[in-house]
Design a protein around this ligand. Structure first.
Ligand SMILES: [Zn+2]
Ligand SMILES: [Zn+2]
Length: 353
C-alpha cells in the first residue's frame, strides 16, 4: 500500500510499504476514507522528537475516517463495510488508567498512538491507504450516519481535545474568555467557548487568516505580534485579567502568556502540547494569583469522543468550518509543508488516499 513515511526533518515521502495484516485476533484492518494532519504531528514532522521515530519506516497520522475491511476472530462489534473512526491513542478500557478516564495513559497498550513512532507503540499512521487497529472492540467507534466523512476526521483528536479543554475551563455565562492559538483545534474550542458566555471572547494568534476566522466566529482577534496585549486584555476586563483561558498554541511561551493574562483565581485550561522539560515559568505569579491550572494536552480523546459526536450530530458545532484544503496522498507532502509553515489561508486539510 502507499503511505506517508517520515524520512527526516520536514521530509515526508509517499512510499510503497507493506500493507497491514491481522496480527492478533482483536485486530481490525481499516481502509482510510479520509485522514488529516494534526498540529501535534508537527513536532514529529519538524524532527524535534526524532529519537521517537524510525526515519524511513515510521508512517504518520492519527486522525481518520475509515471503512472496516477485515476483522480478527475475537472482534465482535465490527464487520467489513462499517464506517469508523478511532481516537488517536489505543486504549483497553479495562486497566486502572482507562477506568479513571486517563485512556491516553492506557497501561495495557503503554501510551500507544497511531503514527507517532517507536516511542508510542510503533503503530502505522492514518496518512496511508490502510491501518491496523489493535484492540478494536475496546476503542474503535462507529461513525453515526449523520456525520460526514470529513467531519468524522475531527473525532480522532481535534474535537474531543477541544471539548475536553473547554469543559475543564468551566466557563460561566459572564466569563471573559481568552483562547490562545487560533489553529484548527483552537478555533473549535473558540466556537464551543463562544456558546458558553455572553461576555467577550478574545482569540490570540499571529496568522492573519486565522485571526479573521476567529473574528468570524465571534471573537475579538488579538495579534500577538502587533497588538498591545496588556492593553487589550485590560480594556476587555476592567483591568482584572480574563476569567478563563483555553490554551491551544502549545509551548512554554504560550503558557506564560496565559499566566500573565488570567485574573486572580482564574482558570487556565491547557490543551496545547508542551515538550519543554524545563521552561522559565513564574511560580510566584501562579501562586500569588491563585491560578487554577488544568492541563489536558495529552488528551483522553476516547473519553471526549462520544461528546464530540453528540456535538456534531446535534448541530452544536460543525468542525468542517475549519477545513481549508482537500488533498490526495500524493499532494500531501506539499500540503504538510504549507501546514507546518502556517501559511496564511492554510488551516486544516483532509487527505483522501
Ligand atoms: Zn492530534
Ligand atoms: Zn487501558
Amino acid at each position: 500500500m502507499r503511505a506517508a513515511v517520515y524520512c527526516g526533518p520536514r521530509d515526508v515521502q509517499i512510499k510503497d510499504v507493506p500493507s497491514p495484516t491481522i496480527e492478533d485476533p482483536h485486530d481490525v484492518i481499516v481502509r482510510t476514507i479520509a485522514a488529516s494532519m494534526c498540529g501535534s504531528d508537527l513536532y514529529l514532522y519538524g524532527g524535534e522528537v526524532e529519537q521517537m521515530v524510525a526515519p524511513g519506516r515510521t508512517t504518520l497520522g492519527h486522525e481518520i475516517t475509515a471503512e472496516v475491511m477485515d476483522v480478527g476472530k475475537e472482534v465482535s462489534r465490527f464487520s467489513p463495510g462499517d464506517r469508523v473512526s478511532f481516537p488517536y491513542s489505543v486504549s483497553c478500557g479495562l486497566c486502572l488508567s482507562c477506568r479513571v478516564g486517563q485512556t491516553a495513559h492506557c497501561e495495557t497498550t503503554g501510551n500507544a498512538i497511531y503514527g507517532f513512532g517507536v516511542a508510542f507503540g510503533d503503530l502505522g499512521g492514518s496518512q496511508a491507504e490502510y491501518v491496523r487497529v489493535p484492540l478494536a472492540d475496546n476503542h474503535l467507534e462507529h461513525v453515526p450516519e449523520g456525520i460526514s466523512d470529513e467531519a468524522a476526521v475531527f473525532l480522532s483528536c481535534n474535537l474531543p481535545a477541544a471539548v475536553i479543554a473547554v469543559d475543564a475551563a468551566q466557563i460561566q455565562a459572564t466569563d471573559t474568555v481568552a483562547v490562545i492559538g487560533s489553529g484548527p483545534t483552537g478555533l473549535l474550542a473558540l466556537q464551543l467557548a463562544r456558546q458558553r458566555t455572553q461576555a467577550e471572547v478574545l482569540a490570540f494568534d499571529r496568522v492573519p487568516s486565522r485571526l479573521a476566522k476567529a473574528a468570524a466566529f465571534g471573537a475579538k482577534a488579538v495579534n500577538v505580534d502587533s497588538d498591545p496585549i496588556d492593553d487589550v486584555v485590560a480594556e476587555a476586563t476592567d483591568g482584572r485579567g480574563v476569567d478563563k483561558v483555553v490554551e491551544f498554541a502549545g509551548r512554554g511561551d504560550a503558557f506564560n502568556l496565559a499566566v500573565s493574562i488570567t485574573r486572580p483565581g482564574g482558570t487556565i485550561s491547557g490543551g496545547g502540547v508542551y515538550l519543554e522539560r524545563e521552561h522559565p515559568v513564574s511560580l510566584f505569579d501562579m501562586f500569588f494569583k491563585n491560578l487554577q491550572i488544568r492541563l489536558n494536552g495529552f488528551a483522553n480523546a476516547k473519553v471526549g469522543q462520544w461528546r464530540a459526536m453528540q456535538a456534531i450530530e446535534r448541530g452544536v458545532i460543525d468542525p468542517t468550518t475549519v477545513l481549508t484544503h482537500r488533498v490526495s496522498l500524493d499532494e500531501f507532502p506539499q500540503a504538510a509543508s504549507q501546514f507546518a509553515e502556517r501559511e496564511d489561508g492554510f488551516l486544516k486539510m483532509v487527505i483522501r488516499p
